[in-house]
Design a protein around this ligand. Structure first.
Ligand code: NDP
Length: 336
């Protein structure tokens, strides 16, 4: 039998955490043959609720779950973890702007970076979910210099999955037949959902989405804004932000990263979107955590190279990069 993998979930008493931990314990993140030990962290205020989540996990008697720790001590939570899913963060409440919560999150992510650096397994893989996800991940990377930069990522997979679903509904095909959309940039309303390379498999074979959806106007405007604003639509309907879909896509992100993206089905294969440290690909400045199309193999992601970028895409990719550069300088100004 495999040795258990230790998975940290921060903000584990929150609503995403509550949806996420049973998915991990059931094998949705690391596979049905991979035992796990859950490390759950939350703040003092949520300690009692966190303990309740631990009790429920125990009661669920998951065969793959070999241990559960629930703690408010960051060092203890990070001890020897192989995977860290960072969901905890100071929320942007009604009437607040991103810049109001930036100072709080910068300090949280700086402290958690140090704890991970000191206590996590040296090859720990990190996924940041809490907003502003890209910038929180960047701060984490800066303050955990001994963790390889390639191991620090942020979640844009929910946006990616939402884009696949918009196309699948429009064409009345199952979502698994739609592939290779791209989310470029920030996990914010400036993100650019791109369908220029997306394909759909129908009974008549595989085609580019742009060949089948003749309505360019829909693809170039409503499709994009629907994906960008889907989170708000869910808040309106549920009176709470998305949680089960965020949790599920966090599992998708880690699963594909660790176990690999689906095998090659054309020369470029099937890719997914991940927020990763830019190496300058596609003219995106180095030093930002930016969402790119990636394929993963043997636990490592690589950015899909050589895609043609038209003028329309270029402008949108640059706009979201500019927003990230602004967030970065705001975050750094909070450190001084
Ligand atoms: P949620 O579990 O709903 O959300 C957690 C974080 O995920 C938020 O920052 C949220 O950002 C972000 N997020 C990113 N993508 C999405 C998405 N697609 N849909 C929804 N959320 C998304 O928040 P809760 O308030 O229920 O739980 C947060 C937990 O974190 C609490 O248990 C709290 O105690 C803990 N916490 C920990 C802190 C720390 O570690 N020091 C500090 C403060 C809180 P956004 O709200 O901007 O959408």
């Amino acid at each position: 039998a495999k040795n258990p993998v230790r998975v940290l979930v921060t903000g584990a008493a929150g609503q995403i955490g509550y949806a996420l931990v049973p998915m991990i314990a059931r094998g949705a993140m690391l596979g049905l043959d991979q035992p796990v030990i859950l490390h759950m962290l939350d703040i003092e205020l949520a300690a009692e609720a966190l303990n309740g989540v631990k009790m429920e996990l125990i009661d669920a008697a998951f065969p793959l779950l070999k241990g559960v720790a629930a703690t408010t001590d960051v060092a203890e939570a990070c001890k020897d973890v192989n995977i860290a899913v960072m969901v905890g963060g100071f929320p942007c409440k009604e009437g607040m702007e991103r810049k109001d919560v930036m100072p709080k999150n910068v300090l949280i992510y700086k402290a958690q970076a140090s704890a991970l650096e000191k206590h996590a397994a040296p090859d720990c893989k990190v996924l940041v979910v809490a907003n502003p996800a890209n910038t929180n991940a960047l701060i984490l990377k800066e303050f955990a210099p001994s963790i390889p930069g390639k191991n620090i990522t942020c979640l844009t997979r929910l946006d990616h999955n939402r884009a696949l679903n918009q196309i699948s509904e429009r064409l009345d095909v199952h979502v698994s037949n739609v592939k290779n959309v791209i989310i470029w940039g920030n996990h914010s309303s400036t993100q650019y959902p791109d369908v220029n390379c997306a394909t759909v498999t129908t009974s008549r074979g595989k085609k580019f989405v742009r060949e089948i959806v003749a309505d360019d106007k829909w693809l170039n405007s409503e499709f994009i804004t629907t994906v960008q604003q889907r989170g708000d639509a869910i808040i309106k309907a549920r009176k709470l932000s998305s949680a089960l879909s965020a949790a599920s896509s966090a599992c998708d992100h880690i699963r594909d990263w660790v176990l690999g993206t689906p095998k090659v089905e054309n020369c470029l294969g099937t890719w997914v979107s991940m927020g990763v440290y830019s190496d300058g690909s596609y003219g995106i400045q180095e030093g930002l955590i930016y969402s790119f199309p990636v394929t993963c193999k043997k636990g490592e992601w690589s950015i899909v190279q050589g895609l043609k970028i038209d003028e329309f895409s270029r402008a949108k990719m640059d706009a979201t990069a500019n927003e990230l550069a602004e967030e970065k300088s705001l975050a750094y100004s909070c450190l001084n």
